[in-house]
Unconditional design. Structure first.
Length: 246
């Protein structure tokens, strides 16, 4: 892996796909504690203009949550690990899954989290995320409970690990599949795909952009399939600012 990814000769020849938490923003103790500052909004607006619309956000968060965080910007976005996706034309794509089974799992996990202070259940609608950032000693208990629920839900769902969080999500969708869908549509089609992310869930995206001949950029320490690395969210913003100049 090499430090410091290259810069585009022409920003409009690249398609930028950006993770949010841990990439554009530093991780917070709670998902609802993050703050998108004015400088980040201005940077993303410049990059969107420089790339002529070739910018999308790729996240485990719900699309509605992302829109609220980044208002008034309204970018193409994939939420909940690709279960929901808004394309550049504004069309919303939802991938079906057994909703009632997940609702029953949500009730069970809510009770489980209530019995274990420090655990936080984030119900995203299509994904259930159990955070143990505030109680790392409960990591094993959280992982075991989610694994048991995933087994009961069956093949329509799968377990997804992350940084101090474990999730249950519908199977067959991930950040890589979302990027691949974007790359088949204008204005992304035919461009060099670039994905910047920090977590285990981002490895799916790294694999896709590498296969497409693009640039995979890992944020922070740890092993990764990505070719390039940036140290933290501050380094990501500085690199994107240079990319927006062209």
């Amino acid at each position: 892996m090499q430090d410091r990814p290259p810069l585009p000769a022409d920003p409009a020849s690249w398609a930028f796909f950006l993770d949010i938490d841990g990439t554009l923003l530093e991780h917070a103790a709670r998902p609802d504690a993050v703050l998108v500052d004015a400088s980040l909004l201005a940077l993303l607006d410049r990059l969107d203009r420089a790339t002529q619309g070739g910018l999308a956000l790729i996240s485990g968060r719900a699309v509605a949550d992302i829109d609220a965080l980044f208002a008034p910007l309204r970018l193409p976005v994939a939420g909940q690990h690709g279960i929901e996706r808004r394309d550049a034309a504004g069309g919303l794509h939802m991938h079906p899954f057994p909703t009632q089974a997940l609702r029953r799992a949500a009730l069970r996990l809510r009770d489980f989290a209530a019995c274990h202070p420090g655990l936080l259940l984030e119900d995203k609608g299509h994904n259930l995320a159990l955070h143990y950032r505030q109680a790392p000693h409960l990591a094993h208990a959280a992982q075991e409970e989610l694994a048991a629920i995933a087994r009961e839900l069956g093949e329509d769902f799968e377990l997804q690990g992350g940084k101090l969080v474990v999730e249950i999500k519908p199977g067959g969708r991930d950040k890589g599949s979302a990027i691949e869908e974007f790359m088949g549509e204008p204005p992304f089609r035919g461009r060099v795909a670039v994905f910047v992310g920090d977590d285990l869930t981002d490895e799916y995206g790294f694999g896709v952009v590498a296969r497409l001949g693009g640039h995979a950029v890992k944020v922070g320490p740890g092993p990764s399939a990505a070719r390039w690395r940036l140290a933290d969210a501050g380094a990501v913003r500085r690199w994107l600012a240079e990319c927006a100049v062209g």
